[in-house]
Design a protein around this ligand. Structure first.
Ligand SMILES: [Zn+2]
Ligand SMILES: [Zn+2]
Length: 368
């Protein structure tokens, strides 16, 4: 009987449970989990701050493991059959319908109302659907990717990697651009790496705490600033000094703080671009001091502001392949050295460390 770590209800501690192994449907599989992760989303799940979450819930949306049992056919996107024992990761988003108005007309599959996410909107009642577990049930239609990358290097990017990849794509960065990343959590750090790959000349980062800014520098941010030590005016001056008084070409907001969105607009040059990817949970409006001025902050600036919700298979596929390339994976090797690992029975500790920002990235190793 596989053991899983469960959030029984909002604000309750994580507890271990033994559950019965599922009967495999046709074209499904059972994954023996090697690594799963703990991210900011899991902290919000535990607090009960996300909508549409069915508790009890096994968290862990991005995971790596080996296919333990396959029933029927399981193929990759190239049509190549998976075999038992293969190491895979899988897209946490399931059941994107490819039949609704959002999928077919808007071509915005991350807004498909039918999509379900392993470890977030699939609860324990839906089966073994989260990564903080010895096994995950890969339901029919789950998109698996053969993982050629070193699993720890891939997980050093984790869910933040496809998320950041989507944000960089939305940012439409040109060769030679100066990019500002607000936030030095996993999404911010991955955005720095990918902005440089996309051709940015310089990537600035404003974040905190110190150890995360150190990671930002190690993955080649040109300059970093700790926002805790500087007022908004000082931060703006710092950005202007680095950009001949204009502001950056593209800003990626990856903080989770509503005020940062308006600041991002002010840090960006006229006719530049802002991508908002950090507002995954509803933290309410900005504070009165950082109130949005439609004339000055947007229209007169001729600014392009883009939201970025979730990620799709294309982002996940590109992420898994870029990390498998020995030259391109170097920045994630740097992050790999900073991983913090936890056993399944240490999930509460892992959540607390992520919540307090004590670690850059926490992994759950169910087999440890
Ligand atoms: Zn759809
Ligand atoms: Zn996540």
């Amino acid at each position: 009987m596989p053991v899983v770590a469960v959030i029984p209800k909002p604000s309750a501690a994580v507890e271990l449970r033994e559950v019965t192994a599922p009967e495999l449907e046709q074209n499904s599989a059972l994954l023996a989990v090697e690594l799963s992760e703990v991210c900011g989303t899991d902290v919000y799940l535990q607090k009960g701050l996300l909508e549409g979450v069915p508790y009890p819930l096994v968290p862990g949306h991005v995971s790596v493991g080996r296919l333990r049992k396959i029933r029927g056919n399981l193929c990759d996107v190239e049509g190549k059959k998976f075999r038992e024992g293969d190491r895979v990761t899988f897209l946490d988003v399931h059941r994107t319908c490819n039949a609704c108005w959002y999928c077919l007309v808007a071509k915005a599959t991350t807004r498909c109302p039918h999509r379900k996410v392993y470890g977030i909107t699939y609860g324990l009642d839906d089966g073994l659907c989260g990564g903080w577990a010895e096994q995950i049930y890969l339901k029919p239609g789950t998109r698996c990717i053969r993982l050629d990358a070193d699993p720890e290097t891939f997980m050093a990017g984790g869910c933040a990697l496809p998320t950041a990849l989507h944000a960089i794509e939305r940012g439409d960065i040109a060769i030679g651009d100066t990019v500002l990343v607000l936030g030095s959590g996993p999404v911010g750090i991955n955005a720095i790496i990918l902005a440089l790959m996309r051709g940015a000349l310089k990537v600035l980062c404003i974040g905190a705490p110190h150890h995360r800014l150190e990671a930002a520098s190690q993955v080649s941010a040109s300059d970093v600033l700790n926002f805790e030590d500087h007022t908004e005016r000082e931060r703006l001056d710092w950005v202007l000094e680095s950009t001949n008084g204009r502001g950056v070409d593209v800003t990626i907001e990856a903080t989770g703080a509503p005020d940062a969105v308006v600041q991002a607009m002010r840090f960006t040059r006229d006719a530049g671009r802002v991508v908002v990817v950090g507002q995954y949970t509803d933290h309410g409006p900005t504070s009165p001091e950082v109130a949005f001025n439609p004339h000055l902050d947007l229209n007169k600036k001729h600014l392009d502001v883009r939201g970025c919700w979730g990620s799709d298979f294309s982002h996940f596929y590109r992420a898994a392949h870029i990390v498998a390339d020995s030259n391109r994976s170097v920045p994630w090797e740097v992050l790999k050295a900073k991983l913090s690992r936890y056993r399944l029975d240490q999930a509460n500790e892992a959540l607390a460390d992520v919540k307090e920002g004590r670690v850059l990235k926490a992994l759950i190793e169910p087999g440890r």
